[in-house]
Design a protein around this ligand. Sequence first.
Ligand code: R5P
Length: 299
Amino acid sequence: MRQIFFATPGNEALCRSVAQQIRAEEGEAAIRHFPDGESYVRLLSDVSGRHAVVVCTLDHPDERFLPLFFLATALKEQGAAKITLVAPYLAYMRQDKSFRKGELVTSTCFAKILSSFIDELITIDPHLHRRRSMSEIYTIPCKVLHASGTIAQYIRESIPAAVLIGPDSESEQWVSEVAEKADVPYIVLNKERKGDREVTVSLPVMEKYAGHTPVVLDDIVSTAQTMIETVHQLLLAGMKPPVCIGVHPIFAASAYDELKSTGVSQILSCNTIVHPSNKIDVSKLISDHLIAEENGSRS
Ligand code: R5P
């Protein structure tokens, strides 16, 4: 089934890059807002019997969701045989438990809604914390891609004598993988979160890594408080100015400027979310998977 690519607003560059790498057609759709804020969607390409691949990363999900839903509905109504959503950043994965009476587990609820109108989901390093796999909450096939190889390659080529720093125990899963692929040492810190913007981290003795460049690696950078606190502790311990790498650079409100002012040497991110810190390109990760999937379905 021939693929045809569509981007929701803001995802055009990544969509084009993936489509070009796999020599797929880019479809045309007009998606905009009316002056009153409502969404307008018009499909301009013939999608009948086609496999539509929609690229829509899901930071700021509440505002991105309706245009995605309308586009998917239009694709289905006009005969698309299959809809794959490429959401490099998948939102609503963090509230995976009801901590207080009455709290909605939004990860399950969001998964239910997405699963109802998409046929397949491809995402990168989703925040699987208390869940072990996507199938615990999603009822559609989900492919989880990992940016670890791409990040490791960047570190190997661009950051000499790196030591990877995972800010909390959850980060060990990706930090250990990147460290192994980049062939560098890593340590994982202890983090305590007391509120949205209140985080403490504790550092082990760092003497052994005195000549190294600390590279703080986290999956999501939201308020950046986790990174900011980690950078403070590393500088207090006499380490070189750290490099910070985020897989998903949300950088809410003034988080990016706050992190920049801590004395970091560089802030880098993957382009799972468009941000000035984007330096590590995940388009090939996505296109390689789509090519493999297409070849697999033909054999
Ligand atoms: C924690 O569970 C995640 O892996 C990140 O450490 C967290 O999302 C970072 O959030 P913030 O930037 O708000 O500290």
